[in-house]
Design a protein around this ligand. Structure first.
Ligand SMILES: NC(=O)c1ccc[n+]([C@@H]2O[C@H](COP(=O)([O-])OP(=O)(O)OC[C@H]3O[C@@H](n4cnc5c(N)ncnc54)[C@H](OP(=O)(O)O)[C@@H]3O)[C@@H](O)[C@H]2O)c1
Length: 238
């Protein structure tokens, strides 16, 4: 299989990340799936066994500089060794939501962790991986409508909302930086999805959200870079 089909998905141990990996493998792609603790990523490791040579599971804590540097060192080893791997699709899916925050008692640690995981980490990861991205690659940053300043109607999950708004700006900035290479970056809202983060009462099944987002990604054109879209391709206000 050509290196041009290589996809990298972060936060793939469970939830949407795992579903992206399943569907990308089913579509015949070669996938690098990252997890904070690959040894405990039972579903990913089962998938790797079912798709010999097509799924590589590597450790990554997106919020940790040393872990990001280690991923950069390991990537060429698992993706063929015949030169730099060319990543055609990067899905920055890893994310954290600290629930239960109340005005007057929002912990600084929640804000710091959210910003590091949801905004700073993905920004620095794209910057570091840029030399390994194929020209014309797609980069999907999993955002949220809760990061839309235009949609704010109540005080809720401020650490998450602030970090996703920051991530949206990171997407817009990176879209500009990588435009000369035809690399298309988008901020994507997956809907309210049935995962550990979204809860069982959410609207959309993870399989449907991932399928919708992969359809949106497949339909992206150069002019879409820097846009904020939902899982059905509808634009969201910043
Ligand atoms: N579910 C929704 O309704 C919804 C709505 C809007 C946006 N989103 C976004 O969609 C993405 C996926 O969400 P989800 O619902 O699948 O969430 P989830 O079920 O909570 O899974 C989150 C994943 O991110 C990983 N992760 C957390 N912190 C990390 C870090 N520092 N480094 C690397 N990985 C880390 C987790 O790893 P471990 O397994 O090791 O904990 C887990 O695999 C997130 O960016 C989220 O903000 C979700």
């Amino acid at each position: 299989m050509s290196h041009d089909t290589l996809a990298l998905v972060t936060g793939a141990n469970r939830g949407l990340g795992l579903e992206f990996v399943r569907q990308l493998l089913a579509a015949g792609r070669r996938v690098v799936a990252t997890a904070r603790q690959p040894g405990r990523a039972t579903d990913l490791n089962t998938l790797a066994g079912e798709h010999p040579g097509r799924l590589h599971v590597l450790p990554l804590d997106v919020a940790d500089a040393r872990s990001r540097a280690e991923l950069l060192r390991e990537l060429p080893l698992v993706t063929g060794g015949d030169g730099a791997p060319r990543i055609a699709l990067l899905v920055n899916n890893a994310g954290v939501l600290h629930s239960g925050e109340r005005f007057g008692a929002v912990p600084e640690a929640n804000l710091e962790d959210s910003l590091r995981t949801n905004a700073i980490g993905p920004f620095l990861l794209v910057q570091a991986l840029a030399p390994l991205l194929a020209d014309g690659a797609r980069v999907a940053n999993l955002s949220s409508q809760l990061g839309s300043i235009g949609r704010v109607s109540r005080f809720g999950t401020p650490s998450y909302a602030i970090s996703k708004a920051a991530q949206n700006m990171a997407t817009a900035q990176l879209a500009q930086a990588l435009a000369p290479r035809g690399i298309v970056l988008v901020a994507l809202h997956p809907g309210w999805v049935q995962t550990d983060m979204g809860g069982a009462g959410a609207d959309v099944a993870a399989t449907d959200a991932a399928a919708g987002l992969l359809r949106v990604i497949a339909g992206l054109e150069a002019g879409d870079s820097g846009r904020f879209l939902d899982w059905q391709g509808e634009p969201l206000p910043w």
